[in-house]
Ligand binder design. Structure first.
Ligand code: G6P
Length: 614
C-alpha cells in the first residue's frame, strides 16, 4: 500500500527521496511523487503515474536544493492511478503540501463544505480534501500549522499517516498518524519520516515509532513530539536490529525467490532460543505469563487475512487435535462486522506478517471491548499488532519484501506448531514421548527444507513451462493440506495471474469435477498420512476424466508415481508439520510459472504488501 518518506537534513534531498521511494515500492503502488521547496520560496511537486523509475527519469536534469522534502508512492483508492491523483497534493492556496496514507472516510462531506467556502479541487482524492481542510482551518483560526492540523483531524473519520510541508516554514516537517504506521529515523540533526523502516535503515538504526494522535514537529534539526492533548512527550528511541542485506536481493533475481530459499534459515531463527534439544524443552517466552489463561480457554478464535488466514487454518487443526480446545478461524474483515460472540474466557489469536493489516487491527479492537485475552503471531517487531496485543510470538522470519508471502507463512506455521505443542504439554493432553518426538521433528524441518530446495527447482521449472498457458488450475488437499491447497492456489493467482482454486479434495465431487478435462491441471497434495488412500481415490477420478495431475508426494511413493508423471517428492515428516514442507514446491511452482509468463513477481499488479486500509 501507499508509502511515505520525508527528509529533513543537509544531504541531497533528491537522492534520499528517490532511493527511499524505491525501497518502499515493495509495498505495492501505481504512482510516485515528491514535494520540495524552491529558492523562490514556493512548493514544487513532481509526480507521475507508474514506477518510481519514471519519476527518477523525469527528475534527471532537475537540480533540487531544499532543506526538507516529502515523497510518496500511491496505491490508488480514491480516483484512478494518474499523474493528477498521485501524491503529494498541494493546498488550494499553494502554501501547504501533504503526503498521506490511509482513507478519509467522510471526505465527500468535507469536500462539499470546502467547495461552499470557495475551494477548488484538481484531483479525485480524499487527500486533497484533507490538505485543504487543514489550509482552511489555519486561515480561519489564524493559528500555527500544528494547531490547524490538530483541529482539522477532529473532523476526520478514518485512518491516516501524513506529513506536511509548509512554504512559509522551509525548515519544518509536521507528521502525525492514526491507525496507519509512521516511524521517524534519527541521525544527529537529520530526520527521516517513513511508513516503515525499509527506507530508513540505510541511514540509521535509531527510530521512534509514532503513536496514534501524536504529532511530530521537526524544525531546524530539532524534533518535538506532542500527544493528543498537545502535551510534549519525551520520545522513546529504539535501536533497530535489521541489517541492510535483509532488504537486498543479494544474488537472487527476485525477493520472492530469495525469501523462498531463506526458509531453512528463517525457520531456524523462529525456533532459536525456544526449542532446546539438549534439555528437551520448548519455551515460548512471549506467552509464558498467559499460559494459565490459555490452558483454561473455552475457545480459541484465530483472526487473520490472506496468507496469514491459511496459516491459521493449519494451526487450528493441530491445536484442536492435540490441545482439545475448540478453535475457530475467521477472516478479520468478516469477524469485525458480524457482531461475533466473544466471551471473557475466549482467547483471540491474531496472525499477521506485517502487523499493520487494517481489518486484523480493527478485529483486535473489537475483541478488546469484550475483555478477551489477545495474543498475536507477528513478524514485525514494533508493529501496531505487536503493540496492541497482550502477548504473542514473533515469527522472526526477517523482513519480507516480496508481495507474495512465503517465508513469513512457514514461520507462522512453525509458531503455531510450537504454540500447539506447548499448550498440549501444559494441559497434559499429549503424552511425553509424543511431545518429545514432535520436538525432534520440529528441529529437523529446516534441514529437510534445505535439502528439498537444493533439488526441486529443475523439475518445477519444467512443470511451469508445461502449464504456463493454462487458464485455470485446481489445487486439492485433505486435512492439514486443505489450507495448503488454498495457499498454493493463492500464490499462483497473486503472481502468475492464473485463476486457481483450492479445495478440500473430497469436495471435488460436489462441483469442481465438472471442470476437469484434458486442459485442467490439478495439483494434488497427496503425502502419506491417514487420508492418503482417500486422496489416491480422488486422483484416480481425475485421471479417469483426463485431468492433468501434478502430485506432491512423500519420497519413495510408488503408487501415485504410476498414475502421473508430474510428481514432486518431499521428505517425510509427521502430518501436522508437513504443510511447512509441501508449501515449498507450490511457492516455487507459482514463482516459475510467473517467470515463464513474464510477470512482475515482486510487485504483482494491484496487490499491496500490507493492506493498511479496509
Ligand atoms: C496482503 C498481502 C498478503 C498477506 C495479507 C495479510 O494481501 O499481499 O501476502 O497475506 O495482506 O497480511 P498480514 O501482514 O496481515 O499477514
Amino acid at each position: 500500500m501507499c508509502g511515505i518518506l520525508a527528509y529533513s537534513g543537509k544531504k541531497s534531498i533528491k537522492k534520499i527521496l528517490l532511493s527511499g521511494l524505491e525501497k518502499l515500492s515493495y509495498r505495492g503502488y501505481d504512482s510516485a511523487g515528491i514535494g520540495v521547496l524552491t529558492q523562490e520560496k514556493t512548493i514544487k511537486i513532481y509526480k507521475y503515474a507508474g514506477h518510481v523509475q519514471n519519476l527518477t527519469k523525469n527528475l534527471e536534469k532537475i537540480t533540487i536544493e531544499s532543506p526538507v522534502g516529502i515523497g510518496h508512492t500511491r496505491w490508488a483508492t480514491h480516483g484512478e492511478a494518474n499523474d493528477i491523483n498521485a501524491h503529494p497534493h498541494l493546498s488550494h492556496s499553494g502554501h501547504l503540501a501533504i503526503a498521506h496514507n490511509g482513507i478519509v472516510e467522510n471526505y465527500n462531506t468535507l469536500k462539499k463544505k470546502l467547495i461552499s467556502k470557495g475551494y477548488t479541487f484538481q484531483s479525485n482524492t480524499d487527500t486533497e480534501v484533507l490538505i485543504n481542510l487543514i489550509d482552511y482551518i489555519q486561515n480561519y483560526q489564524q493559528c500555527a500549522l500544528k494547531e490547524a492540523l490538530r483541529f482539522a483531524l477532529k473532523h476526520v473519520v478514518g485512518a491516516y499517516a501524513l506529513v506536511l510541508l509548509d512554504k512559509n516554514n522551509p525548515h519544518q516537517l509536521i507528521a502525525t498518524k492514526k491507525g496507519s504506521p509512521l516511524v521517524i529515523g534519527i541521525q544527529g540533526k537529520e530526520y527521516f519520516i517513513a511508513s516503515d523502516v525499509t527506507p530508513i535503515i540505510a541511514h540509521t538504526n535509531e527510530v521512534i515509532f509514532l503513536k496514534d494522535d501524536e504529532i511530530a514537529y521537526i524544525n531546524h534539526g530539532k524534533l518535538q513530539i506532542t500527544n493528543a492533548k498537545a502535551v510534549e512527550k519525551t520520545p522513546f528511541i529504539e535501536k533497530l536490529d535489521i541489517h541492510l542485506e535483509a532488504i537486498d536481493k543479494g544474488h537472487f533475481p527476485h525477493f520472492m525467490l530469495k525469501e523462498i530459499f531463506e526458509q531453512p534459515q528463517s525457520l531456524q531463527n523462529c525456533i532459536l532460543g525456544r526449542l532446546n534439544m539438549l534439555q528437551k524443552k520448548l519455551t515460548l517466552g512471549g506467552i509464558q505469563d498467559h499460559l494459565p489463561s490459555l490452558k483454561e480457554a473455552n475457545r480459541i478464535i484465530i483472526i487473520a487475512c490472506g496468507t496469514s488466514y491459511y496459516a491459521g487454518l493449519v494451526g487450528a487443526y493441530f491445536l484442536e487435535d492435540i490441545c482439545r480446545i475448540p478453535v475457530v478461524v475467521e477472516y478479520a474483515s468478516e469477524f469485525r462486522y458480524r457482531n461475533p460472540i466473544i466471551k471473557s474466557n475466549d482467547v483471540i489469536l491474531a496472525i499477521s506478517q506485517s502487523g499493520e493489516t487494517a481489518d486484523t487491527l480493527a478485529a483486535i479492537q473489537l475483541a478488546k471491548k469484550h475483555h478477551a485475552i489477545i495474543l498475536g503471531i507477528c513478524n514485525v517487531v514494533g508493529s501496531s499488532l505487536a503493540r496492541t496485543t497482550h502477548a504473542g510470538i514473533f515469527t522472526h522470519a526477517g523482513p519480507e519484501i516480496g508481495v507474495a508471502s512465503t517465508k513469513a507463512f512457514t514461520a507462522q506455521l512453525m509458531s503455531l506448531a510450537m504454540l500447539a505443542l506447548k499448550l498440549a504439554h501444559e494441559k497434559k493432553t499429549i503424552a511425553e514421548n509424543v511431545f518429545q518426538h514432535y520436538l525432534l521433528e520440529l528441529y529437523k524441518i529446516p534441514t529437510k527444507i534445505d535439502l528439498l530446495l537444493q533439488n526441486i527447482s529443475p523439475a518445477i521449472q519444467l512443470l511451469a513451462q508445461k502449464f504456463k498457458n493454462s487458464r485455470h488450475f485446481i489445487y486439492l488437499g485433505r486435512g492439514y493440506h486443505f489450507p495448503i491447497a488454498m495457499e498454493g492456489a493463492l500464490k499462483l493467482k497473486e503472481i502468475a495471474y492464473i485463476h486457481a482454486e483450492g479445495y478440500p479434495a473430497a469436495e471435488m465431487k460436489h462441483g469442481p469435477i465438472a471442470l476437469i478435462d484434458q486442459d485442467m491441471p490439478v495439483v494434488c497434495i497427496a503425502t502419506k498420512d491417514h487420508c492418503y488412500d482417500k486422496i489416491v481415490a480422488n486422483i484416480e477420478e481425475i485421471k479417469a476424466r483426463k485431468g492433468q495431475i501434478i502430485a506432491i508426494v512423500t519420497e519413495k511413493d510408488t503408487h501415485i508415481t504410476s498414475l502421473t508423471k508430474d510428481i514432486i517428492s518431499v521428505p517425510d515428516t509427521p502430518a501436522a508439520l508437513m504443510p511447512m514442507i509441501t508449501i515449498v514446491p507450490l511457492q516455487l511452482l507459482a514463482y516459475y510459472t510467473a517467470i515463464a509468463r513474464n510477470c512482475n513477481v515482486d510487485q504483482p499488479r494491484n496487490l499491496a504488501k500490507s493492506v493498511t486500509v479496509e
